[in-house]
Ligand binder design. Structure first.
Ligand code: SAH
Length: 392
């Protein structure tokens, strides 16, 4: 890593906020936006600790400062004053990992170890795939702290290798100011790592795949699908690497169709099926793949073909401005998906759009389903290793 850092300033970075932001921080919200900063004793550097005081000079919180981001401070501690030294961070790591203890059996060695803000590590995600850790950073504030973070992770989790992933908005800064790029940063691992989830084998493309290589957050929903699949003809729309389909096949589906626009995703699905061919139910399940735009394919194909239809599209609202359009698009998607389902069949609809609330999404599904005689069987959220504790 380049050591382009200036010597540390001798005074602590101190901030005061607007009344609304002060209230939000007091209530435990993890973000402070740049426009909420009212008063600051000096310029701050990326990753430095910023101490937030109330208007009557009481300590409120400490956070990671990022001068280049509209998300100016990401809170890591609030309440009583504390010294955030290495021992403090290591204790936070211990507590974070302890939350996952007992959550998984030996049949599952792919899961989220650190879930950003919700675990007190704002802008930092850590996923484990067997012996490989994938660290994904969403904030430049972690870049100057990376060496120490890697040291703590190595000591606590003893991985074979650690892969660094960077969100697009910090890639340039990481390269220019810190000489960092995505890839293996500690130990050794492969580009594609095989791990197990509820006893099924999957590949994670840890260096080049979406997110950290796999959609671990759907684990519990995939398990639900396996219980709904016996004897069924299943359509998995937006199938990615076939996660839902493998669970369906394992649950006794007669036939699964993987539908995705990406040939790469469908090929990953082929490999995941091959990895599990020793499982009788999976070997017996007939599988086909369709490479097409799922919105078009669902809207135009024959009616009433499938017993179980899964729709798990990518985020349809990347920005707040896309919210209304995304809700309408979900409605249309659900209408098409229901058309393709048989009477008495099941629809599994999922949304990963941060700007669309769960209630807005459920509302869209229910409005679309109104003309049909439907019943809501189940609603679910994130898997327990992905628990979230703030709205955004
Ligand atoms: N259900 C998956 C995750 C889906 S990710 C799982 O549990 O692992 C979203 C997928 O949608 C990606 O694989 C992407 O290639 C695909 N996709 C994006 N736009 C699409 C479109 N218009 N039609 C079909 N697939 C699309």
């Amino acid at each position: 890593m380049k050591s382009s850092q200036q010597p540390a300033p001798s005074t602590r970075l101190r901030l005061r906020l607007s009344p609304a932001a002060e209230k939000a921080v007091k209530s435990g919200h993890p973000w402070v936006f740049s426009e909420s900063v009212r008063d600051q004793n000096r310029e701050g550097r990326a990753g430095e600790l910023a101490v937030i005081y109330s208007r009557d000079d009481k300590f409120l919180a400490v956070g990671l400062y990022d001068p280049a981001s509209p998300l100016r401070v990401r809170i890591v501690h609030s309440g009583k004053p504390a010294t955030l030294d290495a021992a403090w961070w290591q204790e936070r790591l211990r507590l974070t990992l302890a939350k996952r203890e007992g959550m998984f059996t030996a049949e599952t060695n792919g899961y989220r170890c650190i879930n950003g803000e919700s675990d007190g590590w704002p802008g930092l995600v850590l996923d484990r795939y067997a012996g490989t850790l994938v660290l994904k950073l969403y904030s430049a504030a972690w870049l100057p702290r990376l060496e120490e973070v890697l040291e703590w992770l190595s000591a606590a989790l003893k991985p074979d290798g650690i892969v660094l992933r960077l969100s697009r908005n910090i890639t340039e800064t990481a390269g220019r100011d810190f000489g960092l790029q995505e890839g293996i940063i500690r130990g050794d691992t492969e580009e594609t790592v095989v791990f197990t989830e509820n006893g099924l084998k999957f590949e994670a493309e840890v260096i080049h795949g979406q997110k950290t290589g796999f959609f671990l957050d759907q684990r519990e929903n995939r398990r639900l699908v396996s219980h709904l699949s016996a004897g069924s003809n299943v359509l998995n729309a937006f199938s990615f690497s076939g996660g839902f389909s493998l669970y369906a096949a394992n649950g006794g589906a007669r036939r699964v169709t993987d539908l995705d626009i990406s040939a790469h995703a469908l090929a990953a699905g082929d490999r995941n099926f091959a990895l599990n061919k020793t499982v009788r139910a999976i070997a017996d399940c007939e599988r086909q793949t369709v490479r097409a735009d799922a919105f078009e394919w669902l809207a135009s194909g024959p009616k009433a073909s499938f017993d179980l239809v899964i729709v798990d599209p990518p985020s349809l609202a990347k920005r707040e401005a896309d919210r209304a359009g995304a809700i309408t698009a979900y409605e249309r998607l659900v209408v098409s998906a229901l058309r393709r389902g048989r009477r008495g069949g099941v629809l599994v609809a999922a949304s990963c759009s941060a700007h669309v609330s769960a209630d807005e999404f459920f509302g869209a599904v229910e409005r679309a389903a109104l003309p049909w005689n439907t019943r809501r069987l189940w609603t679910s959220g994130h898997a327990p290793d992905h628990a979230v504790n703030f709205r955004e």
